[in-house]
Structures are given as structure tokens and as C-alpha cells.
Write a protein of this length. Sequence first.
Length: 191
Amino acid sequence: MANCGALRRADEGDLDSTHPVSILMREHEIILGNLQELRQIAAQVKSARGFEELGGQLERLKAIARLLLDTESHHKREEEAIFPRMEQHGMMGPPQVMRMEHEELRARKRTLAGLVEQPGSTGFAEFAVPVSEVGDYIASALTDHIFKEDNILYPMALEALEPEEWDKMREEFDQIGYCPFTPGKTSSPQA
């Protein structure tokens, strides 16, 4: 395993690709692309007059809902590996806020997945209103959440945590497992 502790400072270039923060941020890029698409589909659902106007967008909406559910290992790696270490270094507030946001987002992602799984089981209006509302909420809230992690939480952690903590954290990441969409994951996902 590469030495995750051998970081280059921000002014010297990017983190090593095997560094926990680098892995999480690459996942964020994929999630953000899907959130942009979710926002667009939610707007189409809101303006459509029936299921027939959505065409293949329903299948894409289902795929995005599944991807969002698949982010659970991402959140678990943060909650079980990064947040406790930050708290050990006296940084209590940011991890607590991120955990609360994870919980709210989990509930909304499950709601979206449930709504899109069988869209024809209700009338279009009973489908469109909650899908567009929860889709908009997730797209906005998760985009903001990712911004806070990338620009506040992770830089705080990079500043405070020691190199050996990052090495241990990478081992924990491997044990927890990765999202099915994690780019360049170096170990197979585990339950």
C-alpha cells in the first residue's frame, strides 16, 4: 500500500490518488454529475403532464436513485474513519453537522428510491409532485453538503491528522468497502 501519510501540500499539487481524501473527492465528482442530472430530470417531471412525456428519463431517474443509495459506504467511511479522528483532535462541530446531514439525506434518498421504483402505481400528479420536491431537495442539499466536505471538513482533517492516522484510515476504508462507482478502488467492496 502506498504511504498515505506522504502528502504533498496543496500548493505542491494533488493528494496521492490512494489517499482517503482523494478517494472521497473522486466519488464526490461522480455524485455531483448525477445530482446535476437529477435536478434536470426533477424539473422535467415537474413540467410534464404525464408519464409518456418522460420517456427514458424514468429509467435514468431509477439509476440515479440507486447510485445515491450506493453512496452509503462513502458516508460510512467518513462516519467511522474520518469523523472520530477529527473529534479526537477536538474538532467536534463539523463532524456532528455532517452526520446530521447524512441522516437527513439518507431518509430523502430512500424516499426518492421508493417513489421511482414503481412510478405507474399512482397517478402522475401523485408521482410528479413528491419526485420533483425530493429530487430538488437532494440535488441542492447534497451539493451543498459536498461543498462543505471538500472545502471545510477535509482541509481541516488534512491539517490536523498525522500521516500514520491517514495510513490506518486507508486500511479501514478497505475493510468498510467502496461504492460500486468508486474510481480506481484498489480492493474489492465488502459488506
